[in-house]
Write a protein that binds this ligand. Structure first.
Ligand SMILES: NC(=O)C1=CN([C@@H]2O[C@H](COP(=O)(O)OP(=O)(O)OC[C@H]3O[C@@H](n4cnc5c(N)ncnc54)[C@H](O)[C@@H]3O)[C@@H](O)[C@H]2O)C=CC1
Ligand SMILES: O=C(O)[C@@H]1CCC=N1
Length: 287
């Protein structure tokens, strides 16, 4: 289902409940793509510093009162931490008007929990990521059965303004995507940091190490996408027999890099499920 995003979002009002990293990323993406004008957006945010920051930076109308924020909104985006969800439910339970669609980006929070807590059936669960801020996000979304075509079109138009948006066919796929793409930028930034530090360790000035690493990551991703080749084939093309890549890859395999990455992604998936069960404090994963 594709539709003209401008037409879908024309005159639509969107309320962001929680305006931290992701609330700001989503509002910025919509404004940056000129899909909405600022008077269509409202932010509900208890932190006065964040309220004035977003007012100054994006021109957003901000309020500390979540009930006021959702007045007249077509779409209500829930972008608070899982730990703040109960407070939002207390504020908004029974307060949503019949046609309002709720779009949650909260890791773990199930449609059943949101729908029961808010006493509202029109719920969409989604999982974006931080590159959404510059239009390169990767988002998955899954609507409750009660959300009709128009509601889904509205959600899709908002999510596509942030980059790739894929509708998945189960809620479990949202937890899986939380571990892979939602959390994914954290993995990439850690690898980026480790490579830059290794460059500095070799003797490069940090600014040059940063440029070389950023361009290598960017170029490799674009090359993989453009060539359409399997990553293993592309890796083999770098790996001269008896050369430098073979020496480096040996150390990576010996250190268990693939297993470490797979275990990290499974740990994030388990954690997403725990958050959904209301276990809001973490701890080292076992197993
Ligand atoms: N940061 C990320 O990379 C991603 C985060 N998420 C999800 O997005 C949600 C928000 O994450 P961030 O933006 O990183 O968190 P954040 O901490 O930056 O933002 C949350 C905002 O909610 C506000 N808030 C707290 N209690 C509130 C209440 N009762 N009513 C309204 N606002 C309230 C806070 O003051 C804060 O500004 C989380 O549930 C997370 O699971 C999803 C995808 C990626
Ligand atoms: O760390 C977290 O819980 C959130 C969810 C996806 C990315 N960040």
């Amino acid at each position: 289902m594709r539709s003209d995003r401008h037409a879908v979002l024309r005159d639509k009002r969107i309320a962001f409940i929680g305006c931290g990293v992701m609330g700001e990323a989503m509002a910025s993406a919509l404004l940056r793509a000129e899909l909405v004008s600022v008077h269509q957006l409202t932010g509900g945010e208890p932190n006065p510093k964040r309220r004035s920051e977003l007012q100054a930076k994006l021109g957003l109308k901000m309020t500390a009162d979540n009930r006021e924020a959702i007045q007249g909104a077509d779409l209500v985006v829930l972008a608070v931490k899982p730990q703040s969800l109960d407070a939002v439910i207390r504020d908004l339970a029974g307060q949503l008007a019949p046609g309002q669609v709720v779009l949650s980006i909260i890791a773990g929070a199930t449609i059943e929990r949101l729908s029961r807590g808010l006493q509202h059936a029109l719920i969409v669960r989604s999982m974006p990521n931080t590159p959404a801020q510059i239009g390169f996000g990767a988002t998955t979304w899954y609507p409750a059965p009660a959300v009709d075509e128009a509601g889904q079109g509205l959600v899709e138009a908002v999510l596509e303004s942030m980059g790739l948006a894929i509708r998945v066919d189960s809620e479990d796929a949202i937890d899986m995507a939380t571990a892979l793409s939602g959390t994914g930028p954290a993995y990439v930034f850690l690898i980026m940091e480790a490579l830059i530090d290794a460059g500095v360790h070799l003797g490069f000035p940090r600014a040059i190490a940063e440029q070389l690493v950023q361009q290598t990551l960017l170029g490799s991703v674009l090359y993989a996408r453009e060539s359409g080749r399997h990553p293993a084939e592309l890796r083999n093309m770098v790996t001269t027999p008896g050369g430098t890549s073979a020496a480096a890859l040996y150390e990576m395999e010996k250190g268990g890099l693939r297993t470490v990455i797979a275990r990290a992604v499974w740990a994030a998936y388990r954690r997403a499920r725990e958050l959904g069960e209301g276990k809001t404090n973490g701890g080292p994963a076992e197993g």
